[in-house]
Design a protein around this ligand. Structure first.
Ligand code: ADP
Length: 259
């Protein structure tokens, strides 16, 4: 301490300020690291399909493959890999849009039943190919939000419930309002998620079973996009699961603003 109180105050304030600056710089460092990790993962994820597309194209070009059936098979693989790349790029663009701090989103009064009907209609072919039945129980709820984001959020959860299911499996979607909160539950009786993975599934590029995810055209980004959107609306998301039995996601979003 110094003899003059003014100097003490200045010294204290300076220490506090330098601490704040240090914390701020650490935070920027962290963000930089997260961003770098994301780009390096994304590049790696893109490289894999590009390499196989090149491989198949070269084999076809070389003339080694004579059999028509095999040629068609290779062309289909090229198409599948291109579709995977397309999914990945769309998800990356989605994340980048969500991360733009003051993302300008157009909000309107969104009726949940309409959003869910649209999602289920577009998921029908996926559900049919997996032999999975979807049940809906939607109470009349409206939320002041962006329609596209609502579709992305619940579309991801419902398509996961179909993709990670078993033939003959079922999905139950329940929508209700409770204390001015929108509550959506998506439950399935599919493969389940191991306990040790439950805390990691919202991480970017995390997959429990990479092979299974890729086969379905998964990018490992779906749930991180879901979490992003939920955070955007100051909501919460929780998951409980029992391996080989069931998984249930519960989304809770405050219904604020104009209704
Ligand atoms: P992906 O594109 O791989 O589906 P997500 O981020 O949507 O990526 O999900 C991450 C991982 O969480 C998936 O790869 C899968 O292993 C697991 N998962 C997500 N939803 C379910 C579910 N309903 N049942 C079982 N596993 C799930």
């Amino acid at each position: 301490t110094y003899q003059y109180p003014e100097i003490n105050i200045i010294a204290e304030t300076t220490t506090k300020m330098s601490k704040n600056v240090k914390e701020y710089l650490n935070q920027i460092d962290m963000e930089k690291q997260i961003r770098q990790e994301f780009f390096s993962n994304a590049s790696h994820e893109l490289k894999t399909p590009i390499t196989s597309v090149q491989g198949y194209a070269e084999l076809l070009e070389s003339g080694i493959i004579q059999e028509e059936g095999q040629k068609r098979d290779f062309l289909n693989r090229i198409k599948k890999e291109a579709a995977n790349m397309n999914n990945l790029i769309n998800d990356i663009l989605m994340i980048s849009r969500l991360e733009t701090k003051d993302a300008e989103v157009l909000k309107t009064n969104v009726r949940l039943s309409i959003v869910l009907d649209d999602i289920i209609e577009s998921i029908k072919p996926l559900a049919a190919s997996h032999e999975v039945l979807i049940h809906m129980d939607c109470k009349p709820v409206c939320i002041y939000a962006n329609t596209q984001q609502m579709k992305e959020l619940f579309g991801n959860l419902i398509s996961n419930a179909v993709k990670y299911n078993k033939p003959g499996g079922e999905v139950w979607v329940k929508v209700r309002e409770e204390d001015r909160n929108l509550i959506v539950q998506v439950k399935d009786n599919g493969v389940g998620i191991p306990k040790e993975s439950l805390s990691r599934i919202f991480e970017r590029f995390y997959r429990v079973d990479k092979g299974r995810s890729k086969k379905q055209g998964g990018t490992g980004l779906g749930l991180s996009i879901v979490k992003h959107i939920v955070n955007f609306y100051h909501g919460t998301i929780s998951v409980r699961s029992e391996l080989d039995k069931e998984t249930e996601f519960t989304v809770n979003i405050p219904i604020k603003g104009k209704v």
